[in-house]
Design a protein around this ligand. Structure first.
Ligand SMILES: NC(=O)c1ccc[n+]([C@@H]2O[C@H](COP(=O)([O-])OP(=O)(O)OC[C@H]3O[C@@H](n4cnc5c(N)ncnc54)[C@H](O)[C@@H]3O)[C@@H](O)[C@H]2O)c1
Length: 426
């Protein structure tokens, strides 16, 4: 069986490689010349544990090839970006253009699967009108489905195999053929539904998490106002067998949770009241963190702030929609000297430095924004020696407050009375 995968990013590339590893002949397509050149030179443009080994193996064996143009195949998987525009509406240009790209290659009996996270009715209203140009009869000569990807970057290969999958075809035969395709490696259950329900399932999963995090962030602000430790309170509340409150932090980032709820809002703005409010709360959170920083270093002349963490969550290199970006922009705009340290981001970024030493040299405040393991393992006593004023703000609750206080730091934990005390001290 021959498979063609369009979009060789965080989702498409591991998926393509996985199919190739399990016996399919796979051709990967990406519109980016940089991505294609790198892959053709056997180099990766993304970080994912285990990816390089598998990619090198299937490339060497000839089971996986890459180019900028599609080829004839039995099945097509589309895993292209589905971002939001500045006005929070969905941008489906990539889905549309990827679908257009395969039209000249699609033949009778083919299957087309959209994996990209998409607003409800994307298959029906965006893909099918384009695929009509093939002249093939939907559900009889051409089969189309949506099967959203739900894996966690960093644990992708494990989850590709073990996660349950949702498959929503435009008809029963489309679903059956899609199930058969993913059975190649999926060991989790494969649940069959229609395309629109499958689109909504993925959006509902991420919106549930966004709403839950908004609640946690609201509780953090309440804790700072009232004077208690929200982390301890959440831990204790979660001892209840039917409670699962998520963790607060510097905001919500990533390509999924910060984006997908807007697809629901766009589809039904009048009805999506809680979804809209939660998005607003989470979007406000980076500015809350900036206010905390201002409060702590505001009286120092031209303070230096060391930001730890550009990626939106720990131990990954993905900084899309990361709240760090907004926090850094605000701090720079205020006029602070900002120095960023993130060992997971290898590309350059304004104000990013290569070493921890450079980042903390003469600093007045370390702000932990991402829970990378490296930040937990730092010897903060040594860091203190290099800093001008030993302030630390922990937005992720990853540091041992007592140890740091003993070392002479002023430690401020987001969602804790230490934030309130800092306000009262001014
Ligand atoms: N990254 C995640 O953790 C994750 C998890 C679940 C679902 N998703 C969803 O999967 C989809 C893909 O996300 P990603 O993280 O892999 O994106 P990505 O940006 O890492 O990769 C997408 C790739 O598609 C390429 N592309 C754009 N238009 C194309 C076209 N017409 N033909 C071929 N290639 C094209 C881009 O050049 C890019 O390399 C999105 O809808 C996303 O929401 C992502």
């Amino acid at each position: 069986m021959k498979l063609c995968v369009l979009g060789l990013g965080y989702i498409g590339l591991p998926t393509a490689v996985m199919f190739a590893k399990h016996g399919l002949q796979v051709h990967g397509v990406d519109v980016s010349e940089i991505v294609v050149k790198k892959l053709q030179n056997k180099e990766l443009h993304i970080e994912e544990p285990g990816l390089y080994e598998m990619f090198a193996e299937v490339t060497d064996s000839g089971a996986f090839t890459v180019s900028q143009e599609p080829v004839h195949a039995d099945a097509y998987i589309i895993a292209v970006p589905t971002p939001i525009n500045k006005n929070k509406t969905s941008n489906l240009d990539y889905v549309r253009s990827a679908t257009e790209m395969i039209v000249p290659y699609v033949q009778e009996g083919n299957l087309v699967v959209l994996e990209s996270t998409s607003p409800p009715k994307t298959v029906e209203n965006i893909m099918l009108p384009v695929l009509e140009k093939t002249g093939l009869k939907f559900g009889e000569e051409l089969f189309v489905s949506h099967s959203p990807e739900r894996v966690l970057p960093g644990k992708l290969f494990e989850e590709l195999v073990s996660n349950d999958r949702i498959v929503g075809g435009i008809n029963e035969e489309s679903s059956n053929r899609t199930v058969e395709l993913y059975r190649t490696f999926v060991k989790g259950e494969i649940h069959v539904t229609d395309a629109t329900t499958a689109e909504m399932v993925k959006l509902m999963e991420n919106t549930y998490r966004d709403v839950n995090i908004a609640f946690a962030n609201e509780l953090a602000r309440i804790a700072e106002e009232v004077g208690f430790n929200v982390w301890e309170a959440i831990k204790l509340a979660n001892c209840h067998p039917r409670v699962n409150i998520h963790m607060p932090g510097p905001g919500v980032g990533g390509h999924c949770i910060a984006v997908d709820p807007w697809f629901i809002v766009e589809a039904a703005p009048e009805q999506a009241k809680l979804t809209t409010l939660s998005r607003k709360i989470n979007d406000e959170t980076p500015h809350n963190i900036v206010n905390i920083v201002k409060n702590i270093v505001g009286e120092i002349a031209k303070p230096k702030v060391s930001v730890f963490g550009l990626s939106f969550k720990g131990n990954i290199d993905d900084m899309r929609e990361s709240p760090s970006l907004e926090i850094i922009e605000d701090l720079v705009n205020i006029g602070y000297d900002v120095s960023i340290y993130d060992p997971h981001i290898l590309s350059s970024y304004p104000n990013k430095v290569d070493t921890l030493e450079e980042a903390v040299d003469n600093s007045d405040c370390v702000v932990i924004l991402t829970d990378h393991n490296e930040y937990k393992e730092i010897d903060y006593t040594q860091i203190k020696e290099k800093m001008s004023t030993p302030n630390i703000i922990d937005t992720r609750n990853i540091l041992n407050k007592e140890v740091l206080q003993e070392a002479g730091f002023d430690v401020f934990l987001v969602g804790d009375k230490s934030i309130r005390n800092s306000l009262l001290a001014k």
